[in-house]
Ligand binder design. Sequence first.
Ligand SMILES: [Zn+2]
Length: 321
Amino acid sequence: MNTRMRRLRKSPTIRRMLQETILTTDYLIMPLFILPGENQKDEISSMPGQYRWSVDRLPEILEQITSANIPAVLIFGLAENKDECGSEAWSKNGSAQRAVRFIKEKYPQLCVITDLCLCPYTSHGHCGVLAGIEVDNDKTLPLLAKAALSQAQAGADFVAPSDMMDGRVKAIRELLDNNNLETTGIISYSTKFASAYYGPFREAAASAPGFGDRKSYQQNPANIREAVRESLIDEAEGADMLMVKPALAFMDVISSVRQESRLPLVCYNVSGEYSMVKAAAERGWLDEKSIVLENLTSLKRAGADLIITYHAIDAARWLAE
Ligand SMILES: [Zn+2]
């Protein structure tokens, strides 16, 4: 035999030399759910090991994040009061805004990214304002921009619109620039699918739609050409980074967007992907550490630059071993 691939896998040293994809903690982003009020640390039952925190209790988790050398957090604010148009999304004293100010003051080395959507704040749970039973795209845009401005003024390094309305990146960029916030970046959830993998998250963020579903604005999981178009449109509107969400069942999409765009690409290893691993590991069916590192390395191999993952703290610890 001329070709013996096993020569290249013969020893741990040779395997180490030839490893093509390296996962490091530098690429990990940890999501955090922020509750209104004080002295709250609520376990999310469908996501073992994940909690919702009030701002005053954040140091407990932020110490773990910074000592694991994780560079960034993604903030999800939860509402105190919901209304038809989600007005708490742009409240200066909203949970997300308070968390951003707190983190930027106490942990200035952390990169703070804010999820930007109306659904945690609307009484009907949809990602925009309603016209009848439809989400009105163009009436939603100025509200998203207003919420982005409020998060940027609180000190967010990047705002991350996740609503999948058309034209929102441009609307947000314009309002930020008009308010001298041209250094605040936009990480667009540019290709976000209407996915069953978000199930556990909806409990975490209390953001399930009160009626219907999100299929008129989020993307059909069956479509890859449309998925690439969505990301390229957001690039043209001024996004600084693109995103594919969810991640594991959509690695072909990550790979395609990677080939079509030069922008940094983020993927979101979502709640359902996390909870499946946790549930199987709890039963002893899978080795959690090996599975998590294999999943995250594979996302990197598929073309993601950065990975948002609830496994971030565990993964960072394992990578440091
Ligand atoms: Zn939403």
